[in-house]
Design a protein around this ligand. Structure first.
Ligand code: GDP
Ligand code: GDP
Length: 463
């Protein structure tokens, strides 16, 4: 069995957020659900993480679990205010919120206030009465009905009681799975199968170096699209949830925390922060708009962010901002394209949009390009067409000799989308040299019109 490479599991996973008062057992629950498989996401040296996140396997589904404990950095002075401030950005990005209360302590005013706020956020919530071990817990859990968040589920995170039910309840509430990988032999069944996309808005992040014009772009998009939600006065958080609407529906801007923080820090930390803020944002996003100051060309740091986007399996749109200030537009565009093609071969054909966020000229091109990129990222290639193509590729260039013997490549199937991921079966297929893999990936890109998206090729040896 071929193992999926780490980057794969980073594809747009359902996000499950654990929220609640301090001390109700959020971290204990988090550790329970993550279990031994704990693998910190974006475990990048030098990146300070302000949020505990890990991937967890729940009933065969991989989810990204977020623990909001300990997020009260710039705390407003009421407990409820702190709860809300610490959960706000996480809840906005959640596919499911696990709202925990302490069944022994009963319902506190902070719980009640938080519940009211949570109901208004419109995210699915599962109410959890933790510390319900033994009998007395069950009675206390009943009290939690009053919160108006449905039937509380009594568990004990510490004693491991009720966890199996909990996992089932979570699995039932997740958005439908879009991407079941076929098991080897039934691979042919995938043909004609439509990808079910997760419900909800397209998730978009705007990232880039300081001064590239991200905030200006954000404001421009909001101004033109009539913003729906925004920062609420009195909150100290940098994160806001912003919804845009275009002809095809809602788009959620995954906020890049740090956009509004500039005043307080020096340039060097700002540079660093722009990368770490980008990481946070792009993990939550489906499409990432990498914004450049076109007058400055492509910097190493832009490439670094682009590689992160690739590694996380997100699709990327390159935005050349400050186009108003570019003198020789043809030469600039060419220089930037050349640099991208040579330095980011793995994202060949990445869509490029040029505009001026400042004047607004050209900005209207951005969202249609984002939508198209999102479609490509979601695309499924039917198995029949894939294998007809595969045969011609094999005829054009026979698979190489490895250790004196020719590899026998048999067939391919697309295991999933988001990003497009293909499995290649064959005798000793796992030994296929990189250049032949590249030949196939480039061919896939051209033939099936998959520009700009990361493409994964998994090799599976058969007998
Ligand atoms: P957090 O602040 O919400 O993340 O809470 P913690 O996970 O740090 O837990 C707070 C305290 O509650 C710790 O002392 C835990 O050991 C305890 N605790 C967590 N879950 C349970 C439980 O199911 N039963 C009992 N009795 N205590 C628990
Ligand atoms: P951020 O750090 O990426 O959020 O960048 P800002 O949006 O704060 O923009 C940085 C500077 O670039 C500001 O002075 C903006 O006015 C300027 N700027 C942003 N977009 C454009 C543009 O399209 N053209 C020009 N000439 N300047 C721009």
């Amino acid at each position: 069995m071929a193992k999926l490479p780490p980057a794969l599991t980073g594809g747009a996973l359902p996000v499950v957020v654990i929220a609640g008062r301090p001390n109700v057992g959020k971290s204990t629950l988090f550790n329970r659900l993550v279990g031994r498989r704990q693998a910190l996401v974006a475990d990048t040296p030098g990146v300070t993480r302000d949020r505990k996140e890990a991937e967890a396997q729940l009933r065969g589904r991989t989810v990204r679990l977020v623990d909001t404990a300990g997020l009260e950095e710039a705390a407003p002075d009421t407990l409820y205010g702190r709860m809300r401030a610490s959960s706000e950005s996480a809840v906005a990005q959640a596919d499911l919120v696990l709202f925990c209360i302490d069944a022994r302590a009963g319902i506190t005013p902070a719980d009640s206030h938080f519940a009211v706020w949570l109901r208004r956020q419109g995210r699915p919530v599962l109410l959890i009465a933790n510390k319900s071990e033994g009998r007395q817990g069950a009675a206390a859990a009943m009290e939690a009905y009053a919160l108006g968040l449905g039937t509380p589920l009594a568990i004990s995170a510490e004693h491991g009681e009720g966890l199996s039910d909990l996992m089932g309840e979570i699995a039932d509430r997740l958005p439908p799975e879009a991407e079941a990988a076929p098991s080897g032999d039934e691979a042919g069944d995938v043909e004609g199968e439509e990808d079910e996309r997760p419900a909800g808005p397209l998730r978009l992040a705007i990232v880039g170096r300081p001064n590239a014009g991200k905030s200006t772009l954000l404001n421009r998009l909001l101004g033109e699209e009539r913003m729906i939600t925004g920062p609420e006065p009195g909150l100290t958080r940098d994160s806001v949830t912003v919804m845009l609407h275009d002809a095809q529906g809602p788009i959620q801007l995954v906020d890049t925390a740090g956009l509004r923080r500039k005043a307080r820090i020096d340039d060097a930390s700002l540079e660093k922060m722009s990368v770490s803020a980008s990481i946070e944002a792009l993990k939550m996003a489906e499409v990432v708009v990498l914004t450049l100051d076109a007058t400055l060309g492509v910097h190493e740091q832009d490439l670094q962010i682009a590689r992160l986007i690739e590694r996380e399996g997100r699709c990327c749109v390159l935005a050349l901002n400050k186009w108003d200030a570019v003198e020789d537009r043809i030469a600039t565009r060419q220089a930037i394209s050349d640099r991208i093609e040579t330095s980011l071969a793995q994202m060949r054909g990445i869509p490029v949009v040029s505009f001026s966020a400042l004047t607004g000229a050209g900005v209207q091109k951005l969202l249609p390009v984002v939508r198209r990129a999102h479609d490509v990222w979601n695309r499924r290639v039917p198995t029949g067409a894939l294998n007809r193509w595969f045969e011609t590729m094999l005829e054009r260039h026979s698979p190489p000799l490895v250790g004196g013997r020719r590899l026998k490549l048999r067939y391919m199937t697309q295991a999933k989308a988001r990003p497009p991921t293909f499995i290649l079966f064959g005798t000793r297929a796992e030994l296929l040299p990189e250049d032949y893999q590249r030949y196939l990936v480039n061919g896939l890109r051209e033939t099936f019109d998959l520009p700009g998206t990361p493409i994964r090729l998994l090799l599976r040896g058969t007998r």
